[in-house]
Design a protein around this ligand. Sequence first.
Ligand SMILES: [Zn+2]
Length: 359
Amino acid sequence: MAPDVSDPLLLGQRVVAILESGLRTATYKLATLMALIEHCIENYPAEPMGRLSVPIPALAHRVLRIYWQQIRPFDGHELRQSTQPRARILLAANMLRDAATVSRPPASLEVARMRAPHAYERAIEEITLCLAQQPLHRLQRLPGKTTSDPFLYEDSFLHDQISRSALRAQGDCIVLKPGVAAGLARLAGLLKPALEIMWVNDVRRINKFLDAEVPDVAGHLFGRERAVLSAVREPFKDAFGPHCFYCGTRLPTDNPIDHVLPWSIVGIDGLANLVLACVRCNSDKGGALPAVPLVDRVLAHERNRLLEQIAITLEWPTQRDRVVAAAHGIYRGQPSGVPTWSGYRKSERLDVAFIPRWG
Ligand SMILES: [Zn+2]
C-alpha cells in the first residue's frame, strides 16, 4: 500500500521509526538524512506533491560538509563515527583535508575544494559510492527487519556491492516520492535537532573515553564556534559600520555574529547569511525564523558587493546562492500566518502571498 506522506507528521513519524535504534554502528544514516533534508530545503519543489530527483554526488558533498567540521580534533582526540575500523567517509574527508593543507588547514570545505580540486573529486566519488552501498541502501529498513520499506525513495537498485559504473547507469540519483521533498523541508525545524541529539549519543557510545563530564560534544559536532566566526567581525565592521544589523545600536568589540537564516535549520555559514548583531537581538532571535524584510535586507545587492570583496580577503565564500535557495525553501514551506522574528521582542505574521523572488 502506498504510504500517505502528504501529511508531514506521518512522514516525520516514519523517519523517526527507522532511526529508533541504539544499535547504529555508524553515524552515516544520520548524516544522510540530514543532508537529504538540507537538499530538500534548497531545492524545494515547485509543486508540494512533486517528486524530487537527488543526485547522489550532491548528497555526498553535503555529507562531506557535515563531517568536515567534525574531523578536527576534540580534546586532543579524533572522534570515531563508526565502530568499523575503516570508516570510509572519514578517510576520504581526512585525505582531502591533507591535500588541501597549505601551511594551514583549509577553513571550510569550499576552500579545500578550490585549493585541491582533484582530491575533492576523489573524495566525492568515494563518498558517493559509500552512500549508495551503505546508508542509502539500508536507510529505509526498520530496525531488526531485513526488507526495505521504501517510503522516501525507490531503493531496489541499491545494494552493498553496487559499482560506481552501475550507479551511473542508474542516473547517479535517488528520486524522492511525491510529497517527500516538501515534507522533509517543512519538518527540518523538528527533525534536524532530533537527528543531532541521536548523533551526539552515538558518538558518545562509540567513543568510550567521552564520559558524562566531557563538555559540549554537541557544540563540537554541530555548533558554530565563536572563535571561527569572529574572523568576520572586523571586516564586517569596516564594510558596514559597527552597528547591530537588526536594531542599529552601536556595538562593543566582542559582539556576536548572527546567522540570519537559523543555523539550526539550514546550516549555512557563508558570509551572505552572517550579520553583526548586539547580544540583546542575537539572544532574543535565537533559532527563530526572521521576518521577510530582514531577508530582503540581508540579500540586498549593495551588501553582496561588499561581501564579495571580504570573501576574497578572508577565503570565506558568501554562498549567496545557497542562502537564496534556502530562503525560498523555508518560507514556501510555511503556512500563512506563522510568526516570524522582526526585531527585539517584535514579531510579524508571515503572508505567503508576499514572499519575494529573491535572486
Ligand atoms: Zn540589536
